[in-house]
Design a protein around this ligand. Structure first.
Ligand code: ADP
Ligand code: MG
Length: 651
C-alpha cells in the first residue's frame, strides 16, 4: 500500500462538496432554503439548460452584511447555530454551513446582496473556490445568487448528470415540495425563459396545492388536522378513489422541511388499509409539527432524512390524523359521466399554467375559491321535504293518472289540486305539461312508470323514492333508486363487506365439523406459522391440528365455508400467516378477509331479488361502507341531477 498522506485541500473540498451538490436540483434546494431561512416571502428561481448552464435565485430576505459576505462562503460558517446545544433544537432549514462553500467549489458563483440597514450592497464573484471580484454596488434589499457552469472544473461529475430536461424536472420537483411546505411564500419558477410555476403566497395550503398539483388533484382531497401526544398532523389527503399508481404524490413535511420517512409512509398505508386497491397509493400533503427536541435532523448532509426520538408516537399521530380525516371526509364515489375527454392514466394530474393562474387570480372572488374546490365536494346533503303536503305526492301521481304532473319541484309555480287536509295533496304545474317524448322522461319511465314498481316504495317527495330495488344487470351489479339517485352496487363487494363487518363485530358464530378431516401439506415456514397460530385459527372457526412434520389436519371450518375447497383455503391462509407477521389483530383481520371473500356471493352467480335488495338496503343504510375489504368501491352513485345534465335538461 502507498504511504498515508493528508489530501490536498482542493481534493478534500471537492469530496465534501460532493455530499451536498449532486446535481442542479440539490443546488436549488440549498439556495432556496437559505432564502427561506433569511425570512423571504418572495423567491424567484430561474434556470437555463436544466440548471447546468445557469441558475439564479432571487429573494427579498434579510441579506448579508458586507463584512460577512466572504465568511458565508467558508466551510462550516453559519449564522444559524452557535452552541452544541443548538444542534438539538434546530428551527432553520440550514445549519451545517456547507452549502455556499460546496457550491462555490464546483461552479462559478456571483452573489449580490444588501441588508435593510445598509446604504449599499455587495457583489462577490467566486469561481471554483477562488475569489474573482469583491465590491460595493447598488442593489435592492435581499439576495440574488447566480450559479454558472456547474461542475465546470470537475468533468467527472458532469458525466453523471442526466439530460437537461431530466435535471429541470428534478429542479421542478424540489420547488414543488418547497412551495407546498411554505404556502406563505410566493414562489416563482422560470425555466428556459418560460414561467413554469407561480404560487400566490397567501398562506393557504389549498392555494399552494392548486398551483403546484393542479385542479383535478385538489378536488379529490380532504382536510386532516389532529394532534396526538403533542404532535400535530395537518394537511390534505386524497380520497381513496383518487389514489394513484405511485407514491410520487406523497409529500411529508416535518416542521416545514421536506422529508422522506418510512415510519410516516407506513402510518399512511395503515390508515388507508382496506380502502385502497392493491397497487394504488394515497396522495397527501401532510405537515407534521413536532417539538424540535423530539427530532434529529442532523442525520444526512441533504437533510431529507430525520430521526425521531419516539417513532411510535409519530406513527400514531399520522395514523390517527389520516384515519379521522378519512372517516369524516370521504364520501361514496360518484359516477363519472364527464363528456369531455378524460385525462390519460399516465398523467394523473397536471400543473396549472401561468395563464390559468392569472385567470384564477383576476377573477377572484367570483370564481370558486380553492378552498371551496377542495372542501366543498360531497357536502351537499339531502334536504328533507319542507312541507307535509309533498309527503305522499308520488302516490297521488299513481292513483290519479290523468293529472299532468311536473317532475321538477317548483312550489311557487304550482297550486294545490286537492285541498282536503287529511288527504294526500297533488300539485299541477300551471305551465305546459312535461312532454313524454323527452329522453329524460324515457329514463324516468324505465325507473318509475310501471305502477307495480311503486308498491313497496315509500314516498317522500316528488320522485324522491326512499328506496326502490330496480334489478340486477350482468348478474353482478345491483341497481336501486334511493332518494334523488340511482345506485350501482357490486354484489360480491357488497356481500363481502357485510360479512367482513359482521365477522369483525361478532367473530365466527357457526362452526361446521367436516365429515372427514382434510390433511394439508405445507412448506416448513407455513407449517410453523400455522402451528404458532392454532388458537387464533380456532377463534376464527378453524379447528386445525398438527399432522406429521409437514402437514396439518383441518377438522372444522366456519359454516359459511363448508362448500369451499378446504385444502386450497388452508394453503392460502398459511401463506398469509407467513406474510403478515406477528400482530394478532392483523392476523385475525386477514382471516376475516379470507372468510368473507370466500363466503360472499360471486359475480355471475344467481341470487334472488329479495336477497340482493337486502344487500343494497344494508349497504346504503350505512354510510361508512364504501369499499370492500380489498379496497374496491362497493357502490357508485348516479345523481338525478347528473342525468338531467347529461340529457341537456339542465346545464
Ligand atoms: P447554512 O445555511 O447551513 O447556514 P450556507 O452555506 O447555506 O449554510 O450559508 C451560509 C450563511 O450565509 C448562512 O448561515 C446565512 O447567514 C448566509 N446566507 C446564505 N444565503 C443567504 C440568503 N439568501 N440571505 C441571507 N443570508 C444568507
Ligand atoms: Mg444553507
Amino acid at each position: 500500500m502507498a504511504d498515508i498522506r493528508l489530501l490536498p485541500k482542493n481534493i478534500a473540498e471537492q469530496i465534501a462538496a460532493g455530499e451536498v451538490v449532486e446535481r442542479p436540483a440539490s443546488v436549488i434546494k440549498e439556495l432556496v432554503e437559505n432564502s427561506i431561512d433569511a425570512g423571504a416571502d418572495k423567491i424567484t428561481v430561474e434556470i437555463q439548460r436544466g440548471g447546468i448552464a445557469f441558475m439564479r435565485v432571487t429573494d427579498n430576505g434579510c441579506g448579508i452584511k458586507h463584512d460577512q459576505v466572504k465568511t458565508a462562503f467558508l466551510r462550516h460558517a453559519t449564522s444559524k447555530i452557535q452552541t452544541e446545544n443548538d444542534l438539538y433544537s434546530i428551527a432553520t432549514l440550514g445549519f451545517r454551513g456547507e452549502a455556499l462553500a460546496s457550491i462555490s467549489t464546483v461552479a462559478k458563483v456571483e452573489l449580490l446582496t444588501k441588508t435593510a440597514e445598509s446604504e449599499s450592497g455587495s457583489r462577490y464573484v467566486i469561481e471554483g473556490g477562488s475569489e474573482v471580484v469583491f465590491e460595493e454596488i447598488g442593489c435592492p434589499k435581499g439576495t440574488t445568487i447566480i450559479i454558472r457552469d456547474l461542475f465546470f472544473n470537475t468533468p467527472a461529475r458532469m458525466k453523471f448528470l442526466k439530460k437537461d430536461a431530466s435535471e429541470a424536472t428534478a429542479v421542478a420537483a424540489v420547488l414543488d415540495a418547497i412551495a407546498l411546505s411554505h404556502p406563505e411564500i410566493s414562489i416563482r419558477f422560470i425555466k428556459d425563459s418560460k414561467s413554469a410555476l407561480v404560487t400566490s403566497g397567501d398562506g393557504k395550503l389549498s392555494s399552494a396545492v392548486y398551483s403546484v398539483l393542479g385542479r383535478e388533484f385538489s378536488s379529490g382531497l380532504i382536510p386532516a388536522d389532529s394532534t396526538t401526544t403533542g404532535i400535530r398532523v395537518s394537511g390534505l389527503i386524497s380520497k381513496p378513489v383518487y389514489c394513484r399508481p405511485t407514491r410520487s404524490a406523497q409529500y411529508f413535511f416535518l416542521n416545514g422541511r421536506f422529508i422522506r420517512s418510512g415510519v410516516i409512509s407506513k402510518a399512511l398505508d395503515q390508515a388507508y388499509k382496506n380502502t385502497v386497491m392493491v397497487g394504488k397509493f394515497p396522495a397527501c400533503v401532510l405537515n407534521i409539527d413536532i417539538p424540535l427536541s423530539r427530532v434529529d435532523v442532523n442525520v444526512h448532509p441533504a437533510k431529507t432524512e430525520v430521526r425521531f426520538s419516539d417513532e411510535r408516537a409519530v406513527f400514531e399521530a399520522v395514523y390517527y390524523a389520516v384515519k379521522n380525516a378519512l372517516l369524516a371526509g370521504d364520501t361514496r364515489p360518484q359516477f363519472n359521466l364527464e363528456t369531455k375527454p378524460q385525462k390519460k392514466e399516465t398523467e394523473p394530474f397536471t400543473r396549472m399554467s401561468v395563464e390559468e393562474y392569472k385567470k384564477l387570480n383576476s377573477s377572484k372572488p367570483a370564481a370558486p375559491t380553492v378552498a371551496e374546490q377542495v372542501y366543498g365536494i360531497g357536502t351537499a346533503q339531502y334536504q328533507p321535504p319542507k312541507t307535509a303536503a309533498f309527503k305522499d305526492f308520488g302516490k297521488t301521481l299513481v292513483s290519479n293518472k290523468t293529472v299532468n304532473v311536473s317532475f321538477k319541484s317548483e312550489p311557487e309555480t304550482v297550486k294545490p289540486l286537492v285541498t282536503e287536509p287529511e288527504k294526500p295533496v297533488a300539485f299541477v304545474k300551471t305551465e305546459e305539461p312535461v312532454q313524454k317524448e323527452k329522453p329524460y322522461q324515457q329514463i324516468l319511465d324505465l325507473v318509475l312508470d310501471d305502477e307495480t314498481k311503486f308498491e313497496n316504495a315509500t314516498f317522500i317527495e316528488e320522485n324522491e323514492i326512499e328506496f326502490k330495488y330496480i334489478g340486477e344487470v350482468f348478474r353482478t351489479y345491483i341497481i336501486v333508486q334511493k332518494k334523488g339517485s340511482i345506485w350501482f352496487i357490486d354484489k360480491h363487494a357488497a356481500h363481502e363487506r357485510l360479512l367482513y363487518n359482521k365477522l369483525k363485530s361478532e367473530g365466527v358464530t357457526e362452526v361446521q365439523t367436516l365429515l372427514s378431516p382434510v390433511s394439508v401439506t405445507l412448506s416448513r415456514e407455513e407449517h410453523r406459522a400455522v402451528l404458532d397460530n392454532l388458537e387464533l385459527l380456532r377463534k376464527s372457526g378453524f379447528e386445525v391440528e398438527e399432522f406429521g412434520t409437514a402437514s396439518v389436519l383441518v377438522r372444522a371450518v366456519p359454516a359459511s365455508l363448508v362448500k369451499t375447497d378446504v385444502m386450497f383455503l388452508m394453503c392460502d391462509i398459511a401463506a398469509n400467516l407467513v406474510k403478515f407477521g406477528k400482530a394478532e389483530t392483523d392476523i385475525l383481520d386477514d382471516l376475516y378477509h379470507n372468510i368473507a371473500c370466500r363466503s360472499a356471493v360471486k359475480g355471475g352467480n344467481a341470487q334472488s331479488a329479495a336477497e340482493l335488495e337486502e344487500f343494497a338496503r344494508k349497504i346504503l343504510s350505512d354510510n361508512s361502507i364504501m369499499y370492500c375489504p380489498h379496497g374496491r368501491p362497493v357502490a357508485f352513485e348516479l345523481k338525478k341531477s347528473e342525468l338531467e345534465r347529461q340529457f341537456g335538461r339542465t346545464k
